[in-house]
Write a protein that binds this ligand. Structure first.
Ligand code: GCU
Length: 420
């Protein structure tokens, strides 16, 4: 009996381990059927851009909403914007700076966040990149006027963040991830927000924007409702409510950008809100650009285990059951068509499955073709540092999971081509 218990225990441990040991071996990628973006769930072929837009797109959105990212449970009661700080001579005189407080109210509850905006000084109506930062607006540049958020933060000792508190010590510490000078030189602006002001990145549904939508004694969203990624994506749209009415910005050229978990949020925001003219996914990986059915690097089970609050509760049905998923992430990308989309990977970022990110962009291409737009022309991955700049763009660069000068050089060059 004792041996039997021990034996069962050992088997159980092995199963748990097997479940969470990431596969990095291409020969062990399982065989799978990739759903065809141009065949509806009831097996009808999509032959025109109109039937894509009227039939297929809505059913895919519906699936990603209720089963993956979760639905937003309503609309906000009021939204207010207040410019609380501005300068017409920032960054050594080449840029204008604006800091805007956005206040969202619902059911008598409110939440506020700050948008930091840099605009090229000599352009009346500038295109912009919009993207979240991980550790506070004040980390994106050493500009002493950037207001430091008092919201909870993940610790990061390397950049001076301890006690979950943002301080002066981390000012400018992430400027390497934001090539602001290059953007300004190219005639582009940047709008950035600290994502922790929308929803702190921890397993807690009592804080952040979710709580504004609860009724009665509700403590967490319903199974088909939004997780943290859905919340971050939604607030990008609330920010667009402001940017779209700002005469200093060209509202037809707002490109939403995100790295990693915030790349997942940028993709979902780009899908749900067609006011975003273009979308950039930097190393977004599992639940972002990477194909889930490849089970390479991070898997659905792994992401839902480590971050049980990122997706809808329903998404957990697909833990170790990718075969049951009637969609994959190439269809998420296809939902952005015909708008420009850039997917980028890093060679050493195996956790995010660079090949899965590339294939996803490749398999989204037939939808772009329906609109007469060029996507990824061939199934072979390009070699490192050789970008493909079509309406659907892709690069894999050397190096690690990060946002680098090289990434921004590509994004800026491509944006200038796409949105001239
Ligand atoms: C973790 C997580 C990824 C995510 C990444 C990030 O590695 O597993 O899914 O993309 O964090 O946001 O940096």
């Amino acid at each position: 009996m004792r041996y039997y218990v021990l034996f069962t225990f050992v088997i159980l441990l092995q199963t748990m381990n097997a479940q969470f040991v990431a596969n990095y071996d291409e020969s062990k990628v399982p065989e799978f059927d990739l759903p065809d973006p141009l065949t509806t769930f009831s097996n009808n072929k999509i032959l025109t851009s109109t039937s894509w837009t009227e039939l297929r797109r809505p059913e895919l959105i519906n699936f990603f909403e209720s089963q993956v990212f979760g639905k937003v449970p309503g609309t906000i009661d009021t939204i207010d914007f207040e410019v609380i700080e501005e300068s017409n001579s920032a960054l050594g005189g080449v840029a204008k700076r604006r800091q805007i407080k956005v206040t969202l109210s619902k059911n008598g509850k409110t939440i506020s966040y700050l948008v930091l905006l840099y605009l090229p000084k000599n352009i009346a109506n500038a295109p912009i990149f919009l993207g979240y930062n991980f550790h506070g607006n004040h980390t994106v540049n050493s500009d002493p006027e950037i207001i430091i958020s008092d919201a909870w933060s993940l610790n990061n000792e390397a950049i001076g963040i301890t006690n979950h508190t943002l301080t002066e010590e981390s000012r400018g510490m992430r400027s390497n991830r934001w090539a602001i000078t290059k953007m300004i030189e190219a005639g582009y602006g940047l709008a950035t927000i600290y994502y922790g002001e929308i929803d702190p990145d921890k397993n807690d549904f009592a804080d952040g924007v979710h709580a504004l939508f609860y009724s009665g004694s509700q403590k967490r969203p319903a199974k088909d409702e939004w997780g943290a990624i859905g919340a971050w994506a939604w607030a990008l749209s609330r920010t667009m409510d402001y940017l779209g009415n700002n005469s200093e910005i060209d509202k037809t050229k707002v490109i939403v950008f995100g790295h990693s978990r915030l790349g997942k949020a940028a993709l979902w925001a780009g899908v749900m809100d067609e006011r975003f003219a273009g979308v950039i996914s930097n190393d977004s990986g599992c639940g972002g650009a990477a194909l889930s059915k490849r089970r390479f690097g991070e898997t659905i089970a792994q992401i839902n285990e480590t971050f049980p609050y990122w997706f809808s509760e329903n998404f957990k049905k697909y833990n170790n059951a990718e075969d049951k998923l009637p969609v994959d992430q190439h269809e998420l990308l296809a939902l952005i068509a015909p708008r420009p989309l850039y997917v980028a990977s890093a060679k050493e970022d195996e956790w995010a499955d660079p090949k899965g990110e590339f294939l996803s962009a490749y398999y989204a291409t037939p939808v772009y073709s329906l609109f007469g737009k060029a996507g990824i022309p061939a199934i072979e991955m390009p070699v490192v540092n050789s970008p493909i700049h079509n309406t659907v763009a892709y690069h894999i660069r050397t190096g690690k999971h990060d946002v680098t000068e090289y990434d921004w050089e590509q994004y800026i060059k491509w944006a200038v081509e796409q949105f001239h």
